[in-house]
Design a protein around this ligand. Structure first.
Ligand code: 5GP
Ligand code: ZN
Length: 114
């Protein structure tokens, strides 16, 4: 998907500060951070949103959440706490239609979210 900003980060056409990666998943700093720690975790394969995951992608979903855990450890978020969010669809605030988890930390969060 050449018109997808996150696919371009995966292929290196657009730069990003990479936190960690493996064969299937990539974690990088959000360009407009909403907390002192704000990292995005994406599949390297283009998947539009949570709605488009297939049953055969169950292992990939697990890998993505494990990558969120790795980010939490690397950024030292585990003791104080952190938030993992996947905005799904425009009403939920999704603006980039390549699936991503947000990993946010190092500040207080309110509930319910706005
Ligand atoms: P969404 O609104 O879809 O849940 O989140 C998209 C996120 O992607 C936003 O937090 C936004 O700041 C981030 N973002 C958009 N374009 C870029 C980019 O080119 N590079 C990086 N690192 N983050 C981006
Ligand atoms: Zn994409």
């Amino acid at each position: 998907m050449t018109d997808c900003v996150f696919c371009r980060i995966v292929d290196g056409t657009i730069g990003a500060k990479i936190v960690c990666q493996d064969e299937h998943c990539l974690a990088f700093e959000d360009i407009n951070p909403q907390a002192p720690v704000h990292v995005l975790v994406i599949p390297k394969r283009h998947i539009r949103s949570l709605n488009e995951f297939e049953t055969s992608d169950t292992e990939l979903l697990g890998r993505l959440l494990q990558t969120c855990r790795t980010v939490a450890h690397l950024k030292e978020l585990t003791s104080a706490g952190y938030r993992v969010v996947a905005n799904t669809g425009s009403q939920a605030g999704q603006t980039v239609f390549h699936f991503h988890f947000h990993v946010l930390g190092k500040r207080m969060f309110r509930w319910p979210p706005g």
